[in-house]
Design a protein around this ligand. Sequence first.
Ligand SMILES: [Fe+2]
Length: 744
Amino acid sequence: MKKILGYCDDWSAVAGGTVSFKISTYGPDRFEATLVRVICGDVDPAHGIFQEEEIDAPLNGEHKGHLQPIDAGSYAVVPQSSSMDELGSFTVQAWVFPTTPAKGEQGIITNWQNDRGAGFALMIDGSGAIALRVGDKTGKVSDVSTGVPLAERRWYLVSGSYDSGTGEITVRQTPVEATLEKLLAGEATGTGAYSSASAPLMFAAFPDILSDSRPSSARHFNGKIDRPRLSAGVLPAHDIAAIAADEGPSARHDGIIGAWDFSQVIGTHDICDTGPHGLHGRTVNLPSRGCKGYNWTGNEQNFRHAPHEYGAIHFHDDDLYDAGWETTFSYDIPKDFKSGAYAVRLRADDDESYVTFFVRPPKGKTTAKLAFLASTVTYMAYSNYHWLFHERFAEVTEAFWTTLQKTDVFLQEHNEFGLSTYDNHSDHSGVRFASRLRPILNMAPGTPCWSFNADTHILGWLENQNIDYDVLTDEDLHNEGVAALEPYTAVLTGTHPEYYTTPMLEGLHQYIEGKGRLIYLGGNGFIWRCAMSDNFPGAIELRRAEDGIRYRNEEPGEYYLELTGEYGGLWRRLGLPPQALVGVGTIACGFDRSGYYRRTEQSFDPRVAFIFNGIGEDEIIGDFGFLGDGASGSEIDATDLLMGTPAQALIVARSEGHSANTLICPDEIGFHYPAMDGVQSPLVRAEMTFFESPGGGAVFSVGSIAWAASLPHNGYDNNVSHLTENVMRRFLEVTPFKIPATPG
Ligand SMILES: [Fe+2]
């Protein structure tokens, strides 16, 4: 089992800067740390290419370890205030859309003190019904429940009131009227004794304390909460209904203590109180906002156009933004430190983990003509990926048996480490956020060769060919745009640069339009729009709107990204397809066996003679490799003039030999039909493409995730490696490329 894990605060550190590492042990009280440069993380002994270089650093050596807990699950919190502390009689209410009403006790609006059993909690009880709990500080705790279980994924107005004069408690749950079904309402009365909790107010959870004494949360509510209100006095049902629908209830009812409007300041941590006391609060662990409220009509799809219909926050008990661990040690990176991929290797007992990060050159400097653009946004999208073992059809999709690594088992047992954007939450809603501020078990040397670790096949190849490179990350491109790339003669992608924010795509486009040279050494790239925000550094947001290869569904009516307000989904649906950027875009996927490439007529054009230096006219290219035994595979891309492949682009090689399990992507077809596989359909092929840009730059695309896994074959001596090097050497020459005057 895992005995040690960690993360760091920066994936794009700068030589001369500092990175902080946060480590937790699970059992051992000591561990060993070693800084390494990651050269190739493929540990398959049959490949024999794993390579890391130990680097002298003050952090190297033995350290004391201890367990650092995680407060997972999203909620919102309003600081303790006198207006809540002085409550007498009160009514608390909200619209709720429970997604797991049967999972056990869940806090909806709580102002609770665990130790003394004081305060109130409007909650779902163990029977799935709405209940109000009150406590009087003396250990007397009273629950009054409607006793009527809530239906899953239906809106209810729920409330609880307490009369300080009589001790009477009234709870109610009223379903939103529906035309095709009749849901049960519930109402009950009882008695209890209430005394103020002297505690913060929480939405969607109860308070708790972590083992390291940090305040935290427990018994999270799964689902949506809209328009919560807290009022003085015992409100009759019609007043509760009136202020529930009101956007500014303070004007209607002078007993309002707090009336929160979650449709305000979407895209931030903040929640706004419209009531007289300004009881503003903040969300924790990135619950989802811009969500349809109880009154959503379907007339608008954009939360900015109808904020009053998007007053809900969707909370999940497995959301996580920042694990918040204390720093175990920091590393001051020397100014002359070599740019590259690095990791702190952690060892405790018989277990080993890595904390991976990248180092770019000192600000304003380059140390090579080539930049490797690490796909850190895609690494985040895949972080702590659970899909393979939660998806019933994973094995037929992947066409291989699911094998569990030690890390997979650990993640199953530790849901507090959060999910990837490929997963569903415990309530079956799709995961929209992924963060790097937590241990990420699948972004490390030694993990399966996908995403980050597949990219180390490229890093290992660069080292072996003695090609100098700097490393930049997606976050650099997002933050700095084209300025991050411009100092470099050529930029090299990883195997799978799938997720792009708008500033990233614009920056890369500008680089290509100018004199930049881009080598796209992957497949299924530039596919999904996602978002990042300065409000949530280290996190990405993704909404898988409409169609596309999807591992989870998106909620209709919630296709707009809350961090930017942009419409989410596939870049091709947004009018910026990858074909218009790099010549090729995804056409097919298949994970059992890869194909190989054959040169085309266009490969004999003098414009591309440099690519095939030393490669024979009829030579098969890449009928070998560590991913499906071929260079064209996994996820493959082809040209499409209608999608914007530049007219001057040359298709210089095309793949063959694909399997019956390699299928045309849903993005490509309007209607399914037989014969969509690699054996029967000529559309299933990767197209190796080259084109020059107007500014003297050029793009070379292989259109295959498997390409890089062929580079190390035969000690890096093979035609995939030679061809890539031919391209690389020419792309690093200063001589501008000339775009042909007549296309074709
Ligand atoms: Fe992907």
